[in-house]
Ligand binder design. Structure first.
Ligand code: SAH
Length: 393
């Protein structure tokens, strides 16, 4: 049982799922990490049932606000089945990559699951999720009939929960190559050692958008990872795509992904393993020009505390990209930093245009796809934002 300090139940009344250590008056000891606890207001009223995490500043994460709902294996079977069912309309034979469980926004704090065809990659990142691992794996197998559930519980945030990393098969057999379809293209996800669960599924709709914009355009794809936007641009008719990433493994898989799609013109692709900041400067100094640029840098600001330094990095890279664009050129620019909201991001890009001496307009906005829902009570889930910018002709 956790009893809150007076007045500290407000965010929970608004259905926000996190309870910070500073809000707790008394915690009944001793407690094992991940144990289920009832959360009471200062005057003893039931507010929620949550997973206790003694090592974390987020001391508890809510499983349910319903006093009659027990947290047991059936609870996870219900929540997992609900999340998986909601994604059914988002998948077909040409789209077999999909996020199935998106943590807090699916009522499953600390649980992420991504489907790549017959393989589901599971990422557990909280003490509560860890405690219910077996029930979650069983629920996933039941809801998806996946041939393999592979666990990639190695996100940095596990350290904050006092959890060691765990990587390995949780069910079935891992195929030699995990491949999946997106928009009639084939990709391989490196589920064992790649970033996130192996692929950035959150950009699926935005890759489709870039595909519709790319015809006849010389394209720059900075922070390309394994070539998602590269293949999309080539499929859309880009005349040339220059792809930059600092990770040799990512570039190698990008080349492999291109080779897996023999209908695409591989001779139009140039891959460059380099620091994108340095490489964009080099391109600028050489007088290079592009008609379309995609900028999808890593999370420079995981939290608001990093926002200032991150803002400089975003501005720098957007300024360079805007300079590299020809008149009438398009820039699809993204930020996946939780610490930078859409309004701040727009200001940063506006500052970049101003300093570049470029006249430009916002002609579109991007976010994560429908398989990455954002619960209205959990605005922290709204991490991915993007702008489509047109440079004046
Ligand atoms: N757009 C990609 C995802 C990009 S993730 C997709 O759709 O799949 C961000 C990428 O930036 C990662 O691949 C990471 O390796 C790369 N990266 C991080 N810092 C970098 C830097 N300084 N220069 C170039 N690439 C960098």
């Amino acid at each position: 049982m956790l009893r809150l300090k007076p007045g500290r139940e407000k965010s929970l009344r608004h259905r926000h799922p996190w309870i910070f250590s500073g809000a707790i008056a008394t915690a009944e000891a001793p407690r094992e990490p991940g144990d289920t606890v009832d959360v009471l207001s200062a005057d003893g009223a039931f507010i929620a049932r949550a997973a206790y995490s003694p090592a974390s500043q987020i001391r508890a994460r809510v499983w349910t606000f319903d006093p009659r709902e027990p947290v047991d294996a059936e609870f996870f079977a219900r929540r997992v089945a609900r999340a998986v069912a909601a994604r059914a309309p988002m998948q077909d034979a040409e789209h077999t990559g999909c996020r199935l469980i998106h943590g807090e926004s699916d009522g499953l704090p600390g649980v992420v699951a991504d489907r790549y065809a017959d393989t589901v990659v599971l990422q557990l990142s909280s003490a509560g999720a860890e405690r219910w691992r077996d029930a979650i794996v069983a629920a996933l197998v039941g809801a998806t009939a996946a041939a393999c559930v592979f666990e990639r519980s190695d996100a940095e945030v596990r350290k904050l929960e006092g959890l060691p990393p765990r990587i390995g098969v949780a069910h079935g057999t891992l195929p030699a190559a995990v491949t999946f379809a997106e928009d009639r293209l084939v990709y391989r996800a490196d589920v064992v050692a790649g970033q996130k669960t192996g692929f950035y599924l959150d950009q699926r709709a935005n890759r489709a958008a870039v595909r519709t914009l790319a015809a006849g355009r010389e394209t720059l794809n900075a922070f390309c990872y394994t070539g998602g936007f590269t293949l999309a641009a080539l499929a859309g008719g880009a005349t040339r795509v220059v792809s930059i990433d600092s990770s040799a493994d990512a570039i190698a898989l990008g080349r492999e992904n291109l080779a897996r799609n023999p209908a695409l013109p591989a001779d139009r692709a140039e891959w460059c393993e380099a620091d994108a900041f340095a490489e964009l400067r080099k391109l600028r100094d050489r007088g290079a020009g592009f008609d379309l640029a995609v900028l999808d840098p890593p999370k420079f600001a995981p939290t608001a505390a990093h926002a200032e330094r991150a803002a400089r990095a975003y501005k720098d890279v957007n300024l360079l990209a805007l300079k590299l664009l020809r008149p009438g050129g398009l820039l699809a620019t993204f930020s996946c930093s939780g610490g930078i909201d859409a309004s701040l991001f727009r200001k940063i890009v506006a500052g970049a245009a101003l300093d570049a001496g470029v006249d430009a307009s916002v002609i579109g906005r991007f976010g994560a796809g429908a398989d990455h829902p954002v619960a209205l009570a959990f605005p922290e889930g709204d991490y991915l934002k993007g702008l489509l910018i047109r440079k004046a002709s």
